[in-house]
Write a new protein. Structure first.
Length: 119
């Protein structure tokens, strides 16, 4: 059974930083394309960053230069370093494995971790 447990969210001021963690069990993050998503109130969930098994990363334009996705294969954990946070980054953040070409999330969502950026 696949479990994805997100952590590291919290309340931060504009310009601050947070590092989110996604601990995976039942899958190996090193051989899956892993993505970080976010869902703001009243909006659809969106993909903000992904990392392929090769280590290649992609970041949405809205977070490029501010957020960085990475992983620790030994810990089977994926991270999202978030710098220069803005109020519009406020959302619940989730991780999931995604189809490498379809970009469709593959597993049930975890509980997510809430990030709140105050102005």
């Amino acid at each position: 059974q696949v479990q994805l447990v997100e952590s590291g969210g919290g309340l931060v001021q504009t310009g601050g930083s947070l590092r989110l963690s996604c601990a995976a069990s039942g899958i190996m993050t090193s051989i899956n394309t892993m993505g970080w998503y976010r869902q703001a109130p009243g909006k659809q969930r969106e993909l903000v960053a992904a990392i392929r098994p090769s280590g290649t990363t992609i970041h949405a334009d809205s977070v490029k230069g501010r957020f960085t996705i990475s992983r620790d294969n030994a810990k089977n954990t994926v991270y999202l370093q978030m710098n220069s946070l803005k109020p519009e980054d406020t959302a619940v953040y989730y991780c999931n494995a995604v189809g490498p070409t379809s970009w469709v999330p593959l597993y049930a969502w975890g509980q997510g971790t809430l990030v709140t950026v105050s102005s």
